[in-house]
Design a protein around this ligand. Structure first.
Ligand SMILES: Cc1ncc(COP(=O)(O)O)c(C=O)c1O
Length: 407
């Protein structure tokens, strides 16, 4: 390269832009040592570490019982299975979620009834739930999208009036509060995910929180083949014959994973506060950008701030996604509306237009990097890159932004 031109020299010496990862976990050496200690012990599967985590997570949430599971998907499925749902039953849920929510319903044999979401939060709309209730409805299953709790008070009132059961998908919302209420405090059960990118993670894992001791007992049996004794009891006590009481599943969490989770509990709130500060900085930075909106966090809600999404005009979304990735920014899409995915199209055949708010969010959304170890410099790089890409958008009359917080 001819380096006589100063611009060429600058180009030759400057390094390519750093990549900003979509997510980096915050596991510490102490967490890893705790897992290693389990590996050096005799007992690896669900045992004392899982029991301690269940107790401590229950106390963190302010609920009576936590039952750990292999994933949030299994937590949702087992919660519904514990209610004895079957083909005559229907569960009302949101199409603005990860497929796990709806899949867990279908695996019980029950029917999924989607209803639309609020346009400004993406959470299930309580009025639409009320309209959709019919004689087959047994359960209402909201998702606390991105970490903002759905209107659980409204949903709990509705469920009480109509004799329905409320199960919360709290995969995004371990640290969330709304009007002082936490996941699991109004619902019959709340289901959590400890998947690789979640705020509280052990790679793969989940849990159900409930105040109902009978439900907790049923979940412990169902996660372990329906056996009368789990492995820990079989190990710590002298051998006694165990029995199989019902047809269960295999969906327990190991002590190795529980050890990773335990050490994270004391720092969850500090990490949430860091994500909250980052999310507010994003909101401030994008407030002036035309055609860019983001979901609202209503007064009285402390969002767990699991994901930070922006909503761009649908005609721009995929190109913006590609450009941000090309410029080194880790991006995801949470979520495209579930009823439009091929399998659900085949099963339910719900045409476009069925749930306009969920569809609009699904066509517009981009998730930006957000995690406690993200530095201010990394965030600035994301902000600058989003601004630079938005600046390349040609003016167009048929791209319409929609309601959400201002941009
Ligand atoms: C809203 C929601 N529900 C359920 C799940 C399923 O969680 P898991 O991967 O732990 O089964 C996820 C996972 O990303 C999710 O985002």
């Amino acid at each position: 390269m001819n380096t006589t031109d100063p611009r060429d020299r600058a180009a030759a010496t400057s390094s390519p832009p750093r990549r900003v990862e979509f997510y980096r976990h915050s596991l510490t050496e102490a967490d890893i040592d705790a897992a290693a200690a389990v590996l050096r012990s005799v007992f690896l599967t669900t045992g004392p570490r899982a029991a301690t985590f269940e107790k401590e997570f229950a106390s963190f949430l302010g609920v009576q019982h936590v039952v750990t599971t292999s994933s949030c998907t299994s937590a949702l499925f087992l919660s519904l299975a514990a209610l004895g749902l079957g083909p005559d039953d229907e569960v009302i849920t949101t199409p603005m979620t990860f497929v796990a929510t709806a899949n867990a319903i279908l695996h019980t044999g029950a029917k999924v009834r989607f209803v639309d979401v609020e346009p400004d939060t993406g959470n299930i709309d309580v009025d639409r739930v009320a309209e959709a209730i019919n004689p087959d409805t047994r359960v209402v299953l909201p998702v606390h999208l991105y970490g903002l709790m759905a209107d659980v008070e409204g949903l709990a009132d509705l469920c009480r009036q109509r004799s329905l059961i409320l199960i919360e998908d709290a995969a995004h919302a371990a640290e969330a509060r709304r009007d002082g209420i936490r996941p699991g405090q109004r619902g019959q059960a709340a289901c959590f995910s400890f998947y690789a990118t979640k705020n509280l993670t052990c790679g793969e894992g989940g849990a159900v929180a409930t105040d109902d001791p009978a439900m907790a007992d049923a979940l412990r049996r169902l996660r372990s083949h329906g056996l009368s004794k789990e492995a820990a009891n079989r190990y710590t006590e002298r051998y006694h014959h165990w029995d199989m009481l019902e047809l269960g599943y295999k969906a327990n969490l190991s002590d190795i994973q529980a050890a990773l989770l335990l050490g994270q509990l004391p720092r969850l709130e500090a990490q949430r506060q860091r994500r909250d500060a980052l999310a507010r900085q994003y909101e401030e930075a994008f407030a002036e950008l035309p055609d860019v909106c983001f979901p609202v966090v209503p007064r009285g809600a402390d969002s767990a701030r699991h994901l930070f999404t922006i909503w761009v005009p649908p005609a721009r979304r995929d190109r913006t996604l590609a450009e941000l990735q090309e410029r080194g920014i880790g991006i995801a899409v949470n979520y495209r509306a579930v009823h439009l995915l091929t399998y659900y199209q085949r099963q339910l055949g719900l045409p476009r237009g069925s749930f306009p708010n969920a569809e609009r969010i699904g066509d517009s959304t981009l998730t930006l990097p957000l995690y406690p170890s993200m530095t201010d410099d990394e965030q600035q790089q994301v902000i600058d890159t989003v601004r630079a890409v938005v600046a390349t958008w040609a003016p167009s009359r048929n791209v319409v932004a929609f309601s959400g917080a201002a941009g």
